[in-house]
Ligand binder design. Structure first.
Ligand code: GA4
Length: 330
């Protein structure tokens, strides 16, 4: 009988350390929206991670796949065509450059507003003969995902035992709600190994400034969330589920009980990653402050500010900055 080869040994060791990592790593909280007791798990997930996965979400698969295929069609256009839909200041097509302050990533994207259904002629011309296909897919998807986001926010209010149950969701439902939508395409990056230890950044670490973000991606890995201790865990992709992020504004409204989650996307070696994210935000004039019903005698951790003020400050920051510190009470 021959001895195991060095490769076999190292494979066995790799497998063992993988198993060990799996047992040690916390699982991403899973919320079944069809179960009435989900409200407690939901609150726990928002307190511990600021992140969870949602199943039985009620968003029709057809809406998801239609928008995904429209997104793929768009990203497959020649760069010179896509460019006509940019630059993203603040809405439109962007490539590699993120925000206005020098951040970059291996990503191209479309940033859109959610509560205006008319786009400029130049923008629509990029979508060829039938821009309605893109617009319909977008509208169907956004209205369905917004409904789910509101249901989640109302379940959160129930779990926190606060009234009325639409305290959070009414901000997204408002006609003036400053909500956004983002389509991201992360092209495969075959040279990963040769560059800084295999961690090529698709989208750098950050928290989302809004109330809640609802993410859906195709079956390609890349998303990671940061735990309290600063370590990163990979989120296994699941194209049939949604992933929810607590945003900075929800952290403030809960006086720090819920945490806005730091997350990032690493480039994938062989597969394209396509993600679509709805960012539920309040009206610009809305005061963002801890809900009195959640304070029970304790003091606010934050200074008073409106969403307009926070957004302005966020858009002047770098992606990785801790945007809330500027608004903390000392
Ligand atoms: C993070 C969440 C959303 O994707 C976004 C991002 C925005 C952008 O891409 O233009 C920002 C980023 C996000 C936070 C800080 C600023 C603004 C890039 C950046 C460096 C659309 C948003 O609202 O804030």
């Amino acid at each position: 009988r021959s001895h195991p080869s060095t490769t076999q040994y190292s494979m066995a060791i790799e497998q063992l350390s993988y198993r060990r990592a799996c047992t040690l790593l916390p699982h991403i909280p899973l919320i079944d929206l069809s179960k009435p007791d989900s409200k407690h798990l939901l609150v726990k997930a928002c307190e511990e991670f600021g992140f969870f996965k949602v199943i039985n979400h009620g968003v029709p698969m057809e809406f998801i796949s239609k928008l995904e295929s429209e997104a793929i069609k768009f990203f497959s256009l020649p760069f010179s065509d896509k460019e006509k839909a940019g630059p993203p200041n603040p809405f439109g097509y962007g490539n590699k450059s993120i925000g206005q302050n020098g951040d970059v990533g291996l990503v191209e994207y479309l940033l859109l507003r959610t509560n205006r259904d008319s786009y400029s002629k130049t923008f629509l011309s990029v979508f060829g003969e039938n821009p309605e296909n893109f617009c319909c897919a977008l509208n169907d998807y956004i209205s369905s995902v917004k409904r789910m986001a509101c249901e989640i926010l109302e379940t959160m209010a129930d779990g926190l035992k606060i009234q009325p149950r639409n305290v959070f969701s009414k901000l997204l439902m408002d006609d003036q709600s400053d909500s956004l939508f983002r389509l991201n395409h992360y092209p495969p990056c075959p040279d990963i190994q040769s560059m800084n230890g295999g961690n090529m950044i698709g989208f750098g670490a950050h928290t989302d400034p809004q109330i809640i973000s609802v993410l859906r991606s195709n079956n390609t890995s890349g998303l990671q969330i940061s735990l309290r201790d600063g370590s990163w865990i990979s989120v296994p992709p699941d194209q049939d589920s949604f992933f929810i992020n607590v945003g900075d504004s929800l952290q403030v409204m809960t006086n720090g009980k819920f945490r806005s989650v730091r997350h990032r996307v690493l480039a994938n070696r062989s597969k394209s990653r396509v993600s679509m994210i709805y960012f539920g935000g309040p009206p610009l004039s809305e005061k963002i402050a801890p809900l009195p019903s959640l304070m029970r005698g304790e003091e606010s951790l934050y200074k008073e500010f409106t969403w307009f003020e926070y957004k302005k400050s966020a858009y002047n920051s770098r992606l990785a900055d801790n945007r809330l510190v500027l608004f903390e009470r000392i």
